[in-house]
Design a binder for this molecule. Sequence first.
Ligand code: IMP
Ligand code: MG
Length: 182
Amino acid sequence: MSKDLTPAIERVLFTEEQIERRITEVAAQISERYRGRNLKLIGVLKGCVFFLTALARRIEVPLKIDFLAISSFSTKPAAPGVVRIAKDLDESIEGEDVLLVEDIVDTGFTLRYLLQTLASRGPNSLSVCTFLDRTSRRIVQVPVEFRCFEIPDRFVIGFGLDHNQLHRNLSYVAVLRPEKNF
Ligand code: IMP
Ligand code: MG
């Protein structure tokens, strides 16, 4: 653990080894489900990047990858905001078996918007795989088919998740120390 990063961390939730083991299990479930189909992973930038690349390397069926980015505008960080697509997919998803890859599902507002938008583009199937799930804060019900970890109601950083764009590069997931302003 780097000395520069430790002040931001209250405790480690999932170590690099735990994350690797769990991603391998979820990748096996995905390989099973999508054998013989047209799998396309769609990552939601930027938080998904670390998870998506780790997951994709362990999936044992052919797949394509595309990305989109969203912006959400909200007066309060925890309040549901207006979500819009800031960077769209490069290619069509018509007829493909789309697996939307998220870093974390919290209230569910972001995911609901993305699922509605992608469903309108005629994929053969549309499912969700999230690295982290905080079901205790869910406001809108969204279908999450694959998940690595359920987490408590605390703000987390690492393995792609940021706080003010920092800490994505931690190889583990940690609870952010609340009393400090990093
Ligand atoms: P939702 O629309 O409330 O489900 O928002 C989910 C989005 O909020 C995620 O894609 C993250 O970008 C962000 N987010 C929610 N909780 C956390 C957290 O604990 N750490 C970092 N980002 C988070
Ligand atoms: Mg996200």
